[in-house]
Each structure stands twice: as structure tokens, then as C-alpha cells.
Ligand binder design. Sequence first.
Ligand code: PMP
Length: 302
Amino acid sequence: MSEFKKYKVFIGDKFVDFADANLSVASSAVLYGLSVYTVFPVNKTEKGLAAFRLKDHFKRLQESSHIIGIDKFNDQWTYEEFTKKVKELIELNNVEEDVFIRASVHVDEILPGTRSRNLSTVLSMFIYPNTSIVPRDGCRLKTSLWRRVPDTSIPARAKVNGAYVNSVLAKQDAIDSGYDDCIFLDHNGHVSESSAANVFIVRNSTLITPDKSSDLLEGINRKTVLEIARNLGIKVEKRLVDLTELYVADEVFLCGTSAYISPVFEVDSRKVGTGEHRITTKIQEAYLEATHSSDSKFLEYL
Ligand code: PMP
């Protein structure tokens, strides 16, 4: 697992050894979790390595920075410059396998107090193994006793490091209780998402996912799944979802870069449907093609 430490890391304006890619203990990133980030896959295709939906990942990084007020990143980086650094990172490290890259914008200003605007920022990118955060052949979820941070407190729409304490609390609670991951409810009691993945259910052949106002991260794979479903002629609904709809759903699955498309077999000690994941399997297959095949319908995303 520590094998990835062999890879050079991009930080600031240079590529350095893993051990040298550090931030000060007195930086806002460390003191307040003031960094925004994204994780994207780089996969092997017939025509070489390809990042999936890099433009969307960069846009979300910009939007997260904009929401939090980390304005210098958006002034300093364009998509073209960002892509160039991603390519250099991959080439420099002779990557030959499927990997994840975590790109973060850190506020590295020393002791500025609790503010965000007009502070020094640094972009970092490191490569690490593409291991899934849940078992990909089926997982068990527990409704969390912790609620999802509301848009009015720390917006889940912004992928900000500090907010992940919310995810850590919920995931650890689920693990402590013998489950693989959690289901977060929002403050109105509707289903939001998992600790680090979006959630979908299937009822009567309709694919349903909580809408964007349920305090969730606007997942890039959520968007991909919705596009795949429409392409396959599957009816789609984005709306409020009650917890008990998960209990009576025919299928439930999680989706996200690090969760892939993973079927859910159990929620709060209740088996999901018959255990057969017919629509989930179709979406899994199309997703694999979209992320790995240079002859997919979604080629523009590679
Ligand atoms: N929700 C949360 C809270 C996440 O951390 C992630 C992972 N980035 C997702 C959803 C899925 O997002 P994506 O599809 O962009 O990886």
C-alpha cells in the first residue's frame, strides 16, 4: 500500500519526493482544514492512459474554491495549465496502471486567522492506488446518527477538507457498528449521500437519486450515472428520497470515483430487494466502458 510513496508529487511549482511534499503546521490548511480537493481516476485504455472527466474535476475545484473564498487559485490556474501538470506528473512517474490522483488546493498562508480571501495557496497532486472505499461486490450500510452538514453551515457542494470530519464521524460510526459505510440524512430527514459517495435506488425500474438540495456533493459520477441511464432508456428521477424508500427499494447502489458503482445489499439490517441488481449491473458495465474504453459513447470524457 505504501508503494505509492515512490511516485514524485507535484506541489507549488515543482515535482518533489513524497517525503518532501509538506505544508507548515501553522498553515490554514493544517489549522482549519482550509484546502479544497478532488480525486480523479487515470485508467489504462487501448490508446494509452486517460483521465476521466478531468474538465469537470477542475471546474468543481474552482467552484469549491469560489464558495469558500479561496480566490487566488482561480486567479492563478487555468484548465490548460492544470492539464499540463497532470500529464507531466503521469509521464514523470512512468505510470502504467490504473491509479487515482488527488489534487488539492491548500491555503498555505501562516497564521492568517479564520479567513480565506487573498491568502497564499498552493496546488498539490499525488498519485495513489485506486482501491475502493467499499467492497465492490456488495456492501452493507447503516443510517448515521450524524446528520450531513447543511448548506447553511459547511456546504457539501464545496469539497473542502475540513468538512470531511463529518464523513469521518459517520463512517467510523458505521464501521464500529459492523457496517461498511453510512447513509447520511440531511437536516430535514431526507436521504443525502454516503460518507464519500452518492446514492441511487431503483424502484419499479425507475432510477432515483436525491436531488442537489439534499446537502450532497455534486458527484461527477452521479452525473455520469444519470447520463448512462438516459442513454440506456432507463427512467430517471432526481427528488427528495425518504429513508424507508431504501428499505423497500428493488436495488440500491453507491457511486463515486472511489466507490465505483457498488451494489448495496443491506441497509439497517434490512435486505435490499431480492439481492438481484439487474439495473445496477447494466450501469456498472456501461460505466466500465465509459471510464476504460477508447471506443465508448462517452469518449469526450476521456
Ligand atoms: N459525496 C462525497 C461526500 C464524496 O466525497 C464523493 C467523492 N468525491 C462523492 C460524493 C462522489 O463524487 P465523485 O463522483 O465526483 O467522485
